[in-house]
Design a protein around this ligand. Structure first.
Ligand code: G4P
Length: 286
């Protein structure tokens, strides 16, 4: 799914979130473990004021294990309940029900004191497009659940999925918009493939990736393509020889005999997005 947001889309998404958030006790926000900052919605703090908050670092299988733990700690220190999740394989998904319940303990206690007992806590999944919301809900809900709420066609209402007698989940996830105004976030989102590739200069994006890898994962390219990579690169122009070497290794040569660097850029980005360069995290906690 590509990100093509217009003010109208954003206003609609915001309206939906505002409506749904009133009905729930806890927001389960999915972020991409490779770019936890850029995939986190900037306005959710205001929208979800006074709600319990859970962050799921989804796609943790694609990110660097060292930083997964640091990000988990970082968000925990900022008051969130956090879990590492691989929604595709189901790893880490089962614990989320308990975390939801735990995140709502204070509210359950308040209710109890007011005489409200056995009311299930209500949760909503939210996140930017492509972060894995549907995959997570499918894995989380599995088959052992029943839909509650109004029957479609009779009264238009929300559908709740009963996960246990203690927890219910809104069946449609909240769609959040990313941080487009920040160019760094734009680059991170483009690198993981969350922005329509047709509107992005892919060769430049690949050069940015080479610069980043050179700084933080210096062996990744060397090992994948068996080529020499300059030790220090400072500017985009320093990265072109690397693209040329990848093109030569992959026999991507243009008619005149020149290495096809545009093709090499696509190969590199595809390898990165498919985790063939290794588990790489693009953003680090302070
Ligand atoms: P969305 O509802 O938030 O828009 O996201 P969706 O669930 O459609 O997931 C987007 C893509 O991310 C899907 O890949 C999905 O399989 C993948 N995905 C979701 N969670 C994880 C995870 O934890 N780990 C990994 N490795 N991948 C995950 P796709 O290529 O669009 O589809 P498919 O070919 O995998 O079916």
């Amino acid at each position: 799914m590509n990100l093509q947001w217009y003010p109208g889309h954003m206003a609609k998404a915001k309206r939906m979130m505002q409506e749904n958030i009133k009905l729930i006790d806890v927001v389960v926000e999915l972020v991409d473990a490779r770019i936890p900052l850029s995939s986190k919605n900037p306005d959710i703090d205001a929208l979800a004021k006074n709600k319990s908050r859970i962050i799921l670092l989804n796609k943790y299988d694609m990110a660097d294990p060292k930083y997964n733990d640091l990000w988990k700690k970082h968000f925990e220190e900022n008051g969130y309940y956090v879990a590492l999740v691989n929604s595709k394989s189901g790893q880490g998904v089962k614990q989320v029900k308990d975390i939801i319940y735990k995140a709502c303990e204070a509210k359950i206690e308040r209710d109890r004191r007011r005489g409200i007992i056995n009311r299930p806590v209500r949760a909503m999944v939210a996140g930017i497009p492509n972060v894995g919301k549907s995959t997570f809900i499918n894995s989380f809900v599995g088959r052992a659940s029943t839909k509650t709420g109004n029957k479609p066609g009779i009264t238009k209402g929300k559908q709740w999925i009963r996960l246990s007698n203690k927890v219910e989940l809104l069946d449609t996830p909240g769609i959040l918009w990313p941080k487009f105004e920040d160019p760094r976030a734009g680059m991170s989102l483009a690198l993981i493939g969350s922005i329509n590739d047709n509107i992005i200069p892919m060769t430049e994006l690949a050069c940015e990736l080479i610069l980043f890898l050179n700084r933080h994962y210096p062996d990744a390219i060397k090992q994948r393509y068996d080529i020499e990579v300059p030790k220090i690169m400072n500017e985009i122009k320093d990265t072109i020889s690397t693209l040329e070497n990848i093109a030569i290794k992959r026999s991507s040569i243009m008619k005149g005999g020149e290495p096809d660097i545009d093709k090499a850029a696509l190969i590199l980005l595809d390898d990165f997005r498919s985790v063939r360069l290794g588990q790489i995290t693009l953003e680090f906690p302070e």
